[in-house]
Ligand binder design. Sequence first.
Ligand SMILES: C[S@@+](CC[C@H](N)C(=O)[O-])C[C@H]1O[C@@H](n2cnc3c(N)ncnc32)[C@H](O)[C@@H]1O
Length: 321
Amino acid sequence: MNKAFASVEQLDINPSTIFIPDNEIGKRVVKDLKNWNPRIMKTIEEVTDRLFNEKWENFLPDIPSNFVDIVITSPVYNVSLGNNKFRDKNKGYDSCDDNMPYEDYLEWMDKLFSECYRVLKPGGRIAINIGDGSNGSIITHVDFSVMMRDKHKFIPITTIVWNKKQIGGSTSWGSYQSPSNPSFPTPFEFIIVMAKETRQHVGDASKISVSGKDFQRNSRALWEFPPETRMMELYGHPAAFPEELPRRLIDQLTYEGDVVLDPFSGIGTTCSVAKQMKRHYIGIEISEKYHNTALQRIGKIPTITEKIINGKKVDIPDWLT
Ligand SMILES: C[S@@+](CC[C@H](N)C(=O)[O-])C[C@H]1O[C@@H](n2cnc3c(N)ncnc32)[C@H](O)[C@@H]1O
């Protein structure tokens, strides 16, 4: 047996099915094989219009580059959800912690932004819903924005302030009625909106869904609607956003038929709105419980096919075909 085959055996490749010559080229092949870390890439068809019960860290690296039109997501906020003195301990997440060391949290998000950038089309957008921590003293939305712009080279479009209209009831005073150390509870959150490579997202004008009135309202970067307070009761999730949030983003920033990705898809709010609005969706969620809820929720939304009948566009739900 020659030397090249001895190396191949070490690689656990059956020499009867592969011939590698014992020369310089053979040596290079053996070296490449040793360094080869095969990842089976999924196709676009395999991943669209589906929800995955996975960690995004494991899933995203296996999906193709440059095909997503928008990422709409709300990561865990790292605010110790369900584990602070104002909350019931049972109201935390089902399958993950929400209290990493802040540096680790940013490093984790850094990897997410990098993957999101890769999978987005040039002209694709990313919209990150996030709240600051500790009554505004942990400036998460600023750290995210700077990292996204300076390190990942996303182009800023806007930062929307979502006024949740939840004033009153708060007892987080810091030093009450004293300037010594007052607290500033935050009844608002942010939606950071940025683009990959260009702010232009070209599409078919006949696939625009937003009305003139909604376009004007959405253009003002102060959005006012209440949070979804019944999500725990209805779906058992402690931090789902209301459908209004992805609905406005999808309407304002995408065309029908675009692909919407949510790597923290929870109970599937983004994906179910995307499906309702005739966009394609991809959802990734670590918790089996939330994933199953999302599957049921989305299963109830009919798939709409557009047909031309008597020269007019008509939406036909799948149960009619
Ligand atoms: C703020 S919630 C998002 C809720 C979602 N917007 C909705 O309306 O249902 C964050 C979600 O991320 C999930 N999650 C945490 N770590 C994850 C990971 N590594 N990969 C995928 N999902 C994860 C949590 O289980 C939680 O459901």
